[in-house]
Design a protein around this ligand. Structure first.
Ligand code: UGA
Length: 440
């Protein structure tokens, strides 16, 4: 099949490369000429395991190319995917200007029946809007269909998630269009759900919001554990064995960041309001998440008797391991709070330091975890990169001014850390931190 893909970001590029690998002819389109050049040279503009190899192979075999001209790509394609960004606007609602611009260009270029598939995360009703924009811009009355095909890939495992999705959702009001997209995905042999446009659009937000809700739920339980002498990691483990609950996304800690959950939950709350429904549940998911870094820093302040003049070392800055993405990263909020209270902040991250440095030049960036720990009054784990799992904690303890360890992701064994002579604080693990216990 001949496919054009508007937007060569995470979703667009990975989707394009995977479709090419399945034997389709793919044109990736991006407004950024530098990105287009890089793709045509076989260099993906994002870091994703396996992506470069797939891109190079499909370039060599002539199944994928990149250009800046969406109208030209549309004229050549049977199916046009929209994979552009929908960043939050000032109100917290997604800004749809890139989606609208893509729809207008596709409309202008329409030269025969085409299927326009939206993969960008958009509020329910946007598919209809795309349809209207194309109708307004088309020069001749060619027929077309709009399909919603939400994306569920995660950063850091984008290629794997695209090749082996848990499910493929195809929302179309015309069965003919849906069947064509089913054909495109058939080779993956994964479960497919065919539904209408509005349903598919809601599935995306409902899924992300539910995952975020699980995280905030367990973090709320963590607070209770902290006050009652319980251990949230064991609560989560036992809950997870119930197959109706599952273990995934029940890790208490500093909460969720990234380019998706925070903005999607907020957008979904707006959608509820727009339809006259109560958004409280979703607003609460965000409120609990926002409180995590504040409480974490409060714990440090209590332990250190104030933060003014103290040195705090941070391990990990990216919003999760295996990515250099720092959008809505918890580290940013922790740094802001620490600096505001007069602490000296040291930090190390395997890949995300340059990005954070651009925002917080005052932080002392280090070459490794050991340098971060040197002369620090507290060491805080923010992102659970693998390389932080097996550190030499004797060496760390000996080089710190005071051996205080704040584990923002419950990565370490509290008993082991205490035996080593650390004061250890883990989130919702009051069995080890009885000072936070409330006796009623
Ligand atoms: C998320 C979804 O998982 C994808 O399915 C979806 O396609 C994507 O958003 C999107 O809408 O584009 P992603 O943002 O890459 O993917 O990251 P996740 O791996 O889901 O992690 C999100 C955040 O939750 C991270 O900050 C992580 O540290 C945090 N988290 C995750 C927890 O705090 N606890 C957990 O138990 C799990």
């Amino acid at each position: 099949m001949k496919i054009a893909i508007a937007g060569a970001g995470y979703v667009g590029l990975v989707t394009g490369v995977v479709f090419a690998d399945l034997g389709n002819e793919v044109i990736c389109v991006d407004i950024d000429p530098a990105k287009v050049d890089a793709i045509n040279k076989g260099q993906s503009t994002i870091y994703e395991p396996g992506l470069d190899e797939l891109l190079q192979r499909n370039l060599e075999e002539g199944r994928i190319t990149a250009m800046t001209d969406l109208q030209r790509a549309t004229r050549e394609a049977e199916v046009v995917f929209i994979c552009v960004g929908t960043p939050p606007s000032e109100t917290g609602e997604p800004d749809l200007k890139h989606v609208e611009a893509a729809a207008a260009a596709i409309g202008q270029a329409l030269n025969g029946y085409k299927i326009i598939v939206n993969k960008s995360t958009v509020p329910v009703g946007t598919g209809d809007r795309i349809r209207r924009i194309i109708e307004q811009h088309r020069r001749e009355p060619h027929d077309f269909d709009v399909v919603s095909n939400p994306e569920f890939l995660r950063e850091g495992s984008a290629v794997h998630d695209t090749l082996y999705p848990d499910r493929i959702v195809i929302g179309a009001d015309n069965p003919r269009a849906a069947m064509k997209i089913v054909e495109l995905y058939a080779a993956l042999e994964r479960p497919m759900l065919i539904t209408n446009l509005a349903t598919a659009e809601i599935i995306k937000y409902a899924s992300n919001t539910f995952l975020a809700l699980k995280i905030s739920f367990i973090n709320a339980i963590a607070d209770l554990c902290e006050r009652t002498g319980a251990d949230v990691t064991q609560v989560a483990k036992a809950m997870g064995y119930d197959s109706r609950i599952g273990h995934a996304f029940l890790q208490a800690g500093l909460g969720f960041g990234g380019s998706c959950f925070p903005k999607d939950v907020q957008a979904f709350a707006h959608t509820m309001q727009r339809y006259g429904l109560d958004p409280t549940l979703f607003q609460q998911v965000l409120a609990i998440n926002d409180a995590r870094p504040v409480q974490f820093v409060e714990r440090m302040r209590a332990r250190l008797g104030g933060l003014q003049g103290r040195t705090v070392g941070l391990l990990g800055l990216s919003f999760k391991p295996n990515t250099d993405d720092i959008r809505e990263a918890r580290s940013l909020e922790v740094i802001r709070l620490l600096l505001q209270e007069g602490a000296t902040v040291k930090a190390y991250d395997p890949v995300a330091m340059p990005r954070v440095q651009a925002i917080y030049p005052a932080v002392l960036y280090c070459r490794n975890a050991y340098e971060v720990a040197e002369n620090a009054d507290a060491l805080a784990l923010i992102t659970e990169w693998n390389e932080f799992r097996q550190l030499n904690f004797e060496r760390i303890r000996d080089s710190m001014r005071q051996p205080n360890l704040f584990d923002g992701r419950n990565l370490y064994d509290p008993q082991r850390m205490r035996k080593l002579g650390f004061y250890y604080y883990g989130i919702g693990r009051a069995a080890e931190n009885s000072e936070f216990k409330t006796v009623l």
